[in-house]
Unconditional design. Structure first.
Length: 395
């Protein structure tokens, strides 16, 4: 074990735990190549601010250049312990990023939650042009970075604003319940329940209703729902359907979901086949969308295990969105459960020797072939699933 360095500014040593290679660069050389046009003494705090912005839901999908522009126009403000930052029902004209300290969110003098360093607040009122719905008070001495509404909107193009407003509409809040949701129409039948279109007078949602008695009679279904709910609540990505919240009454369990206004990919491929259309750029775009989703799921240690056209939609802007996570699982090392749809199952799944995230990449490959050629690469004419499995393993 070797001592790498012990700089005067650090209060600890960093030791090698095994043989390794370390790349070293002088701090002045790094900042000299960043071309940020910022005082050198402020650059470290500036970079920390960028890293904090990247963690926030409303900024995580912005480009590096856009984040740099936003960081440059943010202002630093200080509040003492006990000071009110803004009152309930006051105009929402700033975005706040907590840099140091803690704040309390209060409603009618009751503490709803406490926010720590790196938290962002005020974005809902800012985006929706509504008064604040709670009071925020400094519970310690704090430092904030703020962004005024005019500067915020100047640095956001319409597509990003539409996306953020849509995202805000999906955030769960205590006002959303079964009493203020209104039926619009049926969207179809799911694996274990009906799916309907509903609204709360502001936004549209899809809601899945599952009969509790039927689910409780089949204990495996309860485990299925709990696992799917746990996974969906972990996901927050523009190409993945969003679970807003779950609710229940005496008869049903309800999944309130993002409404995807579009077409199931399988239906689109059927229509396209009739018109004999084939476009390699379209295939590349859809495959890129799927690879982004798989990469994101892998970063959360999640394997989807049933990527196929029926579980994917083309939304109103033309992007793919994965909509079903009934077979998804969190993988620590590997799993050996044989699951999925015959034509899309990877050979390592069928062999039963254990597999990890590679199975999803195989399914994306099958989808790429199907999207471009309009038929399956394995078992295209097979009727019996066993014939499909044999082709996958042998070829």
């Amino acid at each position: 074990m070797t001592l790498f360095f012990n700089y005067r500014n650090l209060d600890h040593e960093i030791l090698s735990a095994s043989d390794c290679i370390v790349l070293e660069c002088l701090w002045n050389d790094i900042i000299g190549n960043l071309n940020l046009n910022i005082d050198e003494k402020k650059i470290l705090n500036f970079l920390i601010r960028i890293s904090q912005l990247k963690k926030l839901s409303i900024f995580k999908h912005l480009s590096e250049n856009r984040l740099l522009d936003i960081c440059k126009i943010m202002k630093k403000e200080h509040f003492k312990e006990g000071e009110i930052i803004f009152e309930d029902e006051s105009p929402g004209n700033k975005l706040y990023l907590l840099y140091k300290g803690k704040v309390q969110v209060l409603k009618e003098n009751k503490v709803l939650r406490e926010l720590d360093k790196g938290s962002c607040f005020g974005e809902i009122s800012l985006l929706l042009n509504q008064p604040h719905t709670a009071t925020v008070k400094a519970s310690t001495n704090i430092s904030l970075y703020t962004l005024s509404s005019d500067k915020f909107f100047k640095n956001m193009d319409k597509n990003i604003l539409d996306f953020l407003i849509h995202k805000i509409s999906l955030q769960d809040n205590f006002l959303t319940n079964l009493d203020n949701l209104f039926y619009v129409k049926s969207l179809g039948e799911g694996k274990f329940g009906t799916v309907s279109l509903v609204h709360n007078e502001k936004h549209l949602y899809a809601i899945k209703a599952v009969n509790r008695k039927s689910a409780e009679q089949q204990k495996i279904l309860i485990k299925y729902f709990l696992k799917e709910r746990h996974i969906l609540l972990k996901l927050d990505h523009p190409l993945v359907v969003k679970l807003v919240k779950t609710m229940k009454n005496e008869e049903y369990i309800f999944y309130l979901m993002e409404y995807v206004n579009g077409m199931v990919l399988s239906k689109y491929l059927e229509n396209r086949l009739e018109n004999r259309i084939r476009n390699k750029f379209e295939t590349q775009f859809y495959v890129a969308c799927l690879l982004i989703v798989v990469d994101y799921l892998n970063s959360k240690s999640i394997a989807h295990r049933d990527l196929k056209p029926d579980n994917t939609m083309i939304d109103e802007k033309g992007y793919l969105k994965v909509i079903d996570f009934g077979t998804a699982v969190i993988i620590k090392d590997f799993t050996n459960t044989i699951t999925g749809t015959p034509h899309y199952i990877a050979p390592e799944v069928l062999l039963g020797r254990g597999y990890s995230f590679s199975a999803d990449y195989w399914s994306v490959g099958i989808l790429a072939f199907e999207i471009y050629f309009n038929y399956y690469p394995f078992g295209n004419k097979a009727i019996d699933p066993m014939e499909v499995y044999k082709e996958i393993i042998k070829k």
